[in-house]
Ligand binder design. Sequence first.
Ligand code: ATP
Length: 254
Amino acid sequence: MMLLKINNLCKSFGGLSAVLNFNLEIRENELIGLIGPNGAGKTTVFNLITGVYKPDAGEIIFKGENIGGLPPYVICQKGIARTFQNIRLFNNLTVMENVKIALHKNVPYSLPAALFRLNSFYRGEKEIEEEAIRWLKLFNLDHRREEIASSLPYGEQRRLEIARALATHPTLLILDEPAAGMNPNETLELMELIRRLRDEFKLAILLIEHDMSLVMGVCERIYVLDYGQVIAEGKPEEIRNNKRVIEAYLGEEV
Ligand SMILES: Nc1ncnc2c1ncn2[C@@H]1O[C@H](COP(=O)(O)OP(=O)(O)OP(=O)(O)O)[C@@H](O)[C@H]1O
């Protein structure tokens, strides 16, 4: 079933068309890559989908509803979660607190229960704590539970950011350069993790990545952006041999 359908999306900054008549389709449980040279408009597309920017024109249809221009927290509630190119954790909070914040999107108690500290508040908080621990175990971060997020090694901060995104129970997970700054071993582990998450949580995943081994290794379909426009779309082997794509990367290895 179709999950996300983007029609003729446009966004300019001053006189510059960062995204121009952009179209994309993602079905449930698909793993899609968005690639392109620096400045091609990839992050702008992510910022449009997640409500950071309002589209100038076009539609972003998610589960049949146009979500273009809605605020980020509403888009998150509708089932889209993301990570950022430069990791954005709550640096001064613990690992556990970072995940608990995401779980407070759907608190299992009422406002009066929280204000008057009713039993349902304590029960709800316990449920949140237990779920946070389940997420940390899944991402092999449980032993770091009480550590401050910014003190974690880089690869673990990336994993924590993905755990926090998943704790909002998305149906579409958007990853902006998840392998940036990782060594080849960490990248291999990340590829394994991305495949596992997609299968276990029946997720659709859209990722931007400059690491071609990761994109070609995990994505089923790839969209290639250049100067804000899609210049190619297809399976990894089709993209690898596409003349326009090779030209856009000007001899870079695809
Ligand atoms: N907030 C903004 N204000 C002005 N220009 C912007 C803004 N955001 C992006 N741009 C411009 O839009 C174009 C597309 O940028 P974008 O960050 O989306 O590209 P990208 O494909 O994600 O690049 P990279 O791979 O380097 O991250 C660039 O020319 C960029 O300078």
